[in-house]
Ligand binder design. Structure first.
Ligand code: HEM
Length: 542
């Protein structure tokens, strides 16, 4: 009895001693770390520099920009108990971004293991966070081979153009009513619809549903059950995306604490629900394909392409054909889930950036329009030929320059699986690096006038100082919007086609200008940049 009483009396001192020991250990580890780099001092043990983000209203891009300007191109912050090395120059990033397999095979991991990501199943399936390297490799190869096949690229071009044309019919109704268009909202639905229909082959109605939510009522050609499925999928993707930070940042003992754990279950259910919908869809499609005759022609949506790899209906991947290997249903789900996560918000934001610069610089708009007219003529074609998209160098340059200044993901993590030299220091395996694309892309050590918007610097046949500089910068990996090395974005071509088709389609049909002539970059940033609002006014050219 006395023992318990004494224990209760001594509890505060015991807690204080444990806390002191913990603080001592934290700072001992900090002061004895290998290769100390410059960086802000972690005043709060356990949290490190995390609280500083609140001074920046959780705008991570602004925070990192300030850290780089104070501490240089290779510095560090303490994110909780994790040491994050921030790389803001292509020279330091070189061993990670190089295309040399001998080097980049040391950087095959996205990041250190994370219990939360494991709990949602991201660490052992798909591509983005998969830590099972054999699985990651096969998923990635199947994705790359199918999504870069000619059939798929033609289908992607046609679908994007067809869906843009459908969206324009709704815009025309709004123009007649003298309404403004908020691109950030419309394009989010538009890219959602494209993701659903190009990956699954299903019709998708989020654009239409958004139109109706603005007070219109255009239900005529939309079966409600199909509408519901696409709306459900997009809402699940959004919810899972938002809950990502919860699983990455909140430690498991808090996530599973009584009174809070219901939130964890709710978020986990989103992933489960999405998986169930996709597995059902995959099984149904497999049955449909199995019932077809040998020479039946199949659609080119990604699900069908993935299901038919190495069969008589599909693409051949010889290395896996000899192993008699195709993807099983769970693997296909992982790939499709990651397409949604990789493409959903990124393409929307990218389209907004490009259209923003187009409205901001009338001379850029007229140059692009004249290039488009040369290739496609003055009248709106019923379809855009995929081959013609390759003949738009100014359009490519505009997109590249918009995304150089504004990489959609201002930073992305990578970690090493073997000891490596980075920035002149040797690092043991399991170190976290944060590639700070937002600064790498403008770093004055490589870029001439890096902060200035100038699409012409990306024109390949130009010999101005900036164009020569851009070619060197590219070789050095200083244009890092899509990452680099072993885990470089496999959706780059996909994204560029969608952005280009939308841009061409909009310009052929409309004259575009800002509603607010002083419109600036109205952004917020968590793990990616997002537009809060981008209102434009359209005038039909027809
Ligand atoms: C403008 C649009 C996009 C941007 C700026 C972008 C950017 C990125 C970046 C920076 C990475 C990390 C690369 C690295 O670690 O080196 C990445 C990875 C990835 N992206 Fe994209 N992306 C875009 C569109 C897409 C699209 C359309 C898809 C799929 C259709 C996609 C799928 C992925 C996947 C699966 C990964 C993970 C690759 C891996 O870890 O092996 N992305 N993306």
């Amino acid at each position: 009895m006395n023992f318990i009483k004494n224990l209760i009396n001594d509890l505060p001192s015991l807690i204080a001693v444990l806390l002191l020991l913990y603080i001592f250990k934290y700072y001992y580890k900090y002061f004895t770390r290998v290769n100390p780099l410059p960086g802000p001092f972690p005043w709060v043990p356990l949290l490190g520099n995390v609280l500083e983000l609140f001074r920046y209203k959780l705008n991570v891009a602004e925070y990192l920009k300030d850290v780089q300007s104070k501490y240089g191109d290779f510095c560090e912050i303490q994110f909780g108990s994790k040491r994050l090395l921030i790389i803001s120059s292509s020279d330091v990033a070189h061993p990670i971004h190089t295309s040399s397999v001998a080097h980049n095979r040391k950087f095959l991991y996205r990041d250190l293991p994370n219990i939360g990501m494991n709990e949602v199943g991201m660490e052992n399936s798909g591509m983005i966070c998969n830590r099972n390297l054999d699985e990651w490799r096969i998923n990635r190869e199947f994705f790359e081979r199918t999504s870069r096949s000619r059939n798929f690229l033609i289908m992607l071009t046609d679908k994007t153009y067809e869906m843009a044309t459908n969206m324009f019919k709704l815009w025309d109704i709004m123009i007649n009513d003298n309404q403004e268009i908020d691109l950030s909202k419309w394009l989010e639905k538009f890219t959602g619809d494209i993701a659903i229909s190009t990956t699954t082959g299903l019709p998708s109605y989020t654009v239409l549903s958004y139109f109706n939510s603005l007070g219109y009522n255009d239900h005529n050609y939309t079966p409600v059950s199909e509408q519901e499925l696409s709306l459900k999928l997009i809402s699940l993707v959004k919810s899972i995306f938002k809950s990502g930070q919860w699983f990455i940042l909140v430690p498991p003992f808090i996530r599973h604490a009584p009174g809070i754990s219901y939130l964890n279950s709710k978020f986990l259910n989103f992933s489960k629900e999405m998986e169930d919908i996709f597995l059902e869809l995959i099984q149904k499609r497999r049955k449909e394909i199995d019932s077809l005759s040998e020479n039946a022609s199949l659609p080119s949506d990604l699900l069908t392409l993935l299901l038919t790899v190495n069969t008589s209906h599909g693409i051949e991947i010889p290395s896996y054909k000899s192993l008699n290997r195709s993807l099983n249903e769970h693997e296909i789900f992982g790939v499709i889930r990651d397409i949604f996560f990789g493409s959903f918000e990124s393409i929307t934001t990218a389209m907004c950036f490009v259209l923003y610069y187009l409205c901001k610089y009338p001379s850029v708009k007229s140059k692009l329009l004249s290039e488009i007219n040369t290739i496609f003529g003055n009248s709106t074609p019923s379809n855009l030929l995929y081959e013609n998209l390759k003949n738009l160098p100014y359009c490519d340059a505009l997109i590249e320059e918009s995304l150089r200044l504004n990489p959609i993901f201002p930073y992305f993590p990578r970690s090493n699986s073997e000891p490596v030299e980075v920035g002149g220091y040797l690092w043991e395996n399991g170190q976290s690096f944060l590639l700070h694309y937002h600064r790498i892309n403008v770093n004055e050590n490589v870029w001439i006038d890096g902060e200035i918007f100038d699409p012409e610097r990306f024109l390949r046949n130009k010999d101005s100082e900036r164009s020569i500089n851009a070619r060197t910068a590219n070789i050095k990996g200083a244009f890092s919007t899509f990452g680099g090395g072993a885990r470089v974005c496999p959706g780059k071509l996909w994204a560029l086609i969608e952005i280009k088709v939308l841009l061409v389609a909009v310009l052929m049909r409309y004259d575009v200008e800002f509603v607010n002539k002083d419109q600036g970059l109205d952004l917020f940033c968590d793990s990616t940049f997002h537009w809060r609002e981008l209102k434009i006014r359209l005038r039909s050219r027809m």
